[in-house]
Design a protein around this ligand. Structure first.
Ligand code: SF4
Length: 330
């Protein structure tokens, strides 16, 4: 059960009742956050990466165009920008310029990176950084990611900056499933604020079934490292948040977090990236704001994938619903 106060809390929607009121009336609202994939290129070669293993385009987002989108986003009332993968965002030639622009506009910043090109001096003001590491063991790291480990001294320095929540993420694979506890322990020693474990393939967790017992033992041990300064987000927690049959009548999450892919395509949900039928606009074809507010809303049956945001969506449906049972009996 996630805690109210944690980073991945499904209850954050309660802070955006003004937006939810507009949705309840059948309207639309500006997203609270905007995820942007700067590039599909990468400096690592993770064996499980769908971009690395596909013939998908390898393209960088246009910097000037993106600046316009960021300015519009600020004007619309977007609060936070998450610079994210698809590829490694810091490979974009203007990545640091884009990060400075987000800082200048006073938008909250979150960054997902593999850490290889991370420069703590250039980061400016960020709310959080999540570094995809998968292993602290150089040999395991190379097997999974196909390249050498990033500069761990630099990452250690980054962890010491207490103004930023620095998390380490670990994709559980057949190469590292015995190292989950040592991963969390090392992360804690280095000063990371949290670790987040995820199964190797969201669609095909079967690959891990063979190791389930050991994964569980490792996770149980890792979770015991949790204290006030360090959290472990677990596979089990993520699994509970994922259900194929959607236990909510409407997708509300699609209104609150937009996603822009490195080819400029706009989506109402990051999980839909790459699905051409679910593209709601493109930043090269007009204003982000106009396209966002004129987009088609996704009906629950239109979304054919497992909802990663099921927990959030269920609570958001509660917030926009009428007459919760015995609501006045507090
Ligand atoms: S996965 Fe589908 S149901 Fe879930 S938030 Fe995204 S669009 Fe909505």
């Amino acid at each position: 059960m996630p805690s109210l106060y944690e980073e991945y809390s499904p209850w954050k929607g309660a802070h955006f009742m003004d937006r939810l009121a507009a949705i309840k009336k059948g309207g639309k609202c500006a997203p609270v956050s905007l995820q942007i994939s700067l590039t599909n290129r990468c400096c690592a070669k993770c064996y499980y990466c769908y971009v690395e293993n596909s013939n998908k385009f390898k393209v960088d987002i246009d910097t000037e165009k993106l600046f316009k989108v960021l300015e519009e986003a600020k004007e619309m009332g977007v609060k936070a920008i998450e610079i994210t993968g698809g590829g490694e965002p810091l490979v974009h030639p203007d990545a640091w310029k884009i990060i400075s622009k987000i800082n200048e506009l006073g938008l909250d910043l979150g960054l997902i990176t593999n850490g290889i090109m991370l420069d703590p001096e250039k980061l400016g003001k960020a709310t959080w950084v999540r570094i995809s590491l998968d292993s602290f063991n150089p040999a395991t790291y190379k097997k999974i990611k196909g390249v050498n480990m990033p500069d761990m001294k630099l990452i250690g320095k980054m962890c010491k900056n207490k103004n930023v929540t620095v998390g380490a993420s670990c994709v559980i694979t057949p190469y590292n499933y015995k190292e989950l506890y040592s991963f969390a322990k090392k992360a804690k020693e280095m000063g990371f604020s949290n670790v987040c474990f995820k199964p190797v393939e969201v669609e095909n967790r079967k690959v891990l079934n063979r190791f389930e017992k050991i994964v569980k033992e490792q996770m149980d041990k890792a979770i015991k490292l949790t204290d006030n300064n360090f959290k472990v987000f677990s596979l089990e927690l993520r699994r509970n948040d994922n259900t194929e049959a959607k236990p909510f009548p409407l997708c509300i999450q699609q209104h609150l977090a937009a996603f822009i892919w490195s080819n400029g395509d706009i989506y109402s949900c990051c999980s839909l990236q790459g699905n051409k039928n679910m593209v709601v606009g493109n930043i090269y074809k007009g204003s982000f704001k106009d396209q966002w507010f004129s987009r088609k809303i996704i009906g629950i049956k239109d979304c054919k994938i497992e909802c990663f945001f099921a927990g959030k969506n269920s609570f958001l449906n509660y917030l926009v619903g009428d007459n919760p049972k015995h609501v006045n009996f507090m």
